[in-house]
Design a protein around this ligand. Structure first.
Ligand SMILES: Cc1ncc(COP(=O)(O)O)c(C=O)c1O
Length: 372
């Protein structure tokens, strides 16, 4: 079966490069090539002399070494680099799942986390966060939903689009269930590192458990989506071998400039992440009072991590609101319908430095509507 159209990506395909004020992005403020090269005195010369032949299929040792240092228990041999997180999701699902298997996915979710499995013929069960309780997940639901056919449970913490983060004891319990019932945990951790309070950072699932697979990427926490460098960290050797072999049919290897610049960025990740967190903090300090001022229209659910949130809209149709906002002001929000059955909500992004400008345009639009 072919995968269904990716609603969110089709929406962005129409508007991302046409709308002047993006207020729904999931990535942080980006950097230029020069910004990255300026981190080291020899980087420009090294970049100029980079050879553009095929690269090592798993990713260069230097890059995998940098990636491994993000984890407590990973070695470079546990890391396989992919073209963004998206290729890693596609390959993992194809390697692990067959038609008739069952997969359980944390919802609402980035569509490919469920859709690739569905296209393979797996039964996909949604494990829904509860919007009335800060998008909490109920472990009892999971325990009852798992059957002999459950091969994979997918989680995404920090969560796109709600910014939900569970507790370490939740993670420990999930890890115990994965041991007891024998399923993989595919843990999408692409927003890891963007916790507003660093003490809330969860352990990476690949550190917790050999059935745990951690997904990471340069796009979000580091703001470097254009590098198209993502990865899987897993200590499961058999899975690793199968992922490596499957990649021969997708990209074979990664872009050499992407790998070079990702390695450089990860070496200097501390100031990059610090800058992104400070943009987020400043923006959140505007968003909370904004939502306070407009309580009758929106229900704000303060996230715990990441560059986005998923407020509820109580002023009528979210789709119409987003459409009129875009047409009148050029500000782009993301209607919750792109996440499937979430039509009361919309995604707002605040990882970029022009957010204050976008937000005041949104506020002027609302005030105009209120006065009419
Ligand atoms: C939760 C989640 N996983 C994976 C991806 C894919 O990341 P990339 O576009 O860098 O491949 C995204 C992108 O929005 C995401 O939000």
């Amino acid at each position: 079966m072919k995968p269904a159209p990716f609603r969110l990506e089709r929406y962005f395909a129409r508007f991302e490069f046409a709308a002047p004020y993006l207020l729904c992005c999931s990535d942080c403020e980006t950097l230029s090539v020069a910004d990255l090269l300026n981190f080291e005195p020899n980087a420009l010369d090294d970049f100029f002399s980079l050879r553009l032949g095929y690269t090592e299929s798993l990713g260069s040792f230097e890059l995998r070494n940098q990636i491994a240092s993000l984890y407590e228990r990973a070695a470079p041999e546990d890391i396989i680099v992919h073209a963004g997180a998206e290729e890693a999701i596609f390959n993992f699902m194809n390697v692990v799942l067959d038609a008739g298997d069952q997969m359980i996915v944390h919802s609402p979710h980035y569509q490919s986390l469920g859709e690739v499995a569905r296209s393979i013929g797996a039964t996909v069960i949604e494990w829904k966060g509860d919007p009335e309780h800060a998008w909490e997940l109920d472990l009892n639901f999971l325990e009852n939903a798992v059957t002999d056919k459950t091969k994979v449970v997918v989680v995404n913490f920090p969560h796109n689009p709600t910014g939900f983060l569970p507790t370490p004891s939740f993670m420990a319990e999930l890890s115990r269930l994965s041991d007891d019932r024998g399923f993989f945990v595919f843990s999408d951790e692409v927003y890891r590192g963007l916790e507003y309070d660093a003490s809330l950072r969860l352990p990476a699932f690949s550190d917790l458990n050999e059935r745990g697979v951690s997904l990471g990427v340069m796009s979000k926490t580091y703001g470097l989506a254009g590098l198209r460098i993502g990865w899987i960290s897993t200590r499961n050797k058999e899975l690793f071998r199968e992922l490596a072999a499957f990649k021969d049919y997708t990209t074979i290897c990664n872009s050499a400039p992407g790998e070079f610049l990702a390695t450089l960025a990860l070496k200097h990740r501390a100031p990059i992440v610090e800058r992104n967190l400070s943009i987020i903090e400043k923006n959140l300090n505007l968003l909370s009072p904004f939502f306070d001022r407009h309580k009758e229209r929106f229900k704000w659910n303060q996230p715990k991590a990441g560059p986005m949130a998923f407020p509820r809209y109580s002023g009528g149709s979210v789709g119409l609101f987003c459409k009129q906002l875009l047409e009148n002001t050029g500000v782009l929000l993301l209607p919750g319908s792109v996440y499937g059955n979430q039509s009361d909500f919309f995604r707002i992004g605040f990882g970029r430095s022009n957010m204050p400008d976008c937000l005041s345009r949104l506020e002027r639009f609302i005030e105009l509507q209120d006065n009419n």
